[in-house]
Design a binder for this molecule. Structure first.
Ligand code: FES
Length: 187
């Protein structure tokens, strides 16, 4: 009974089709969707939109490989030497300094419990782009030598596209030891 019923429905559909009641719709070609920001030409925004890419790296969607996005960061050492580095987005500035052989101490290893990762943001404009320091960071900054109006703790600053091109000056001394060549020796 079921078979004949379905057969009847099939015949009905074919009849309607031949009478022009149903339109044959061509199948939409399968479109690959990946995790890229712009997934297909159909998803492109109107031409009136303009995008400004401030980071030095690009996202690559080919073969599923995404290049690591980095920003440009410069550390100015106490003798005036400038060290330029590419820092992966999401990395904090203590990690960035250490991985670029910058002499920044980081005694508490980034847990915001010391002031030895003290950095001075060289440009006020960049300083203003950073999120406000937390109360914990402010407490630790109060202990830092040579505190300035643009001082921050390196371990609390995360690399983000907005701060691409930021420059940091290292202070001449920290609470634990001087970084201008002099290191106290035990008596
Ligand atoms: Fe101690 Fe940043 S390493 S506060």
């Amino acid at each position: 009974m079921w078979v004949s019923r379905f057969s009847g429905l099939g015949a009905h559909a074919i009849r309607r089709l031949t009478q022009g009641k149903y339109a044959l719709v061509p199948r939409t070609p399968y479109m690959h969707v990946s995790s890229c920001r712009i997934k297909s030409p159909l998803q492109l925004p109107p031409q009136t939109h303009r995008y400004r890419f401030t980071t030095s790296a690009t996202d690559s969607c080919e073969d599923g490989n995404e290049e690591e996005q980095t920003i440009n960061v410069t550390f100015v050492e106490t003798d005036g030497t400038q060290k330029h580095s590419k820092v992966p987005v999401g990395t904090n500035m203590l990690e960035a300094a250490l991985s670029n052989d910058i002499e920044l101490e980081g005694a508490c290893e980034g847990s915001c419990a010391c002031s030895t990762c003290h950095l001075i943001v060289a440009d006020v404009d960049y300083y203003n782009r950073l999120p406000d320091p937390t109360d914990e960071e402010n407490d630790m900054l109060d202990l830092a030598f040579g505190l300035t109006g643009t001082s921050r703790l390196g371990c609390q600053i995360e690399a983000k596209p907005e701060i691409d091109g930021i420059r940091f000056a290292l202070p001449g001394a920290t609470r634990n030891f001087a970084v201008d060549g002099y290191k106290p020796k035990p008596h």
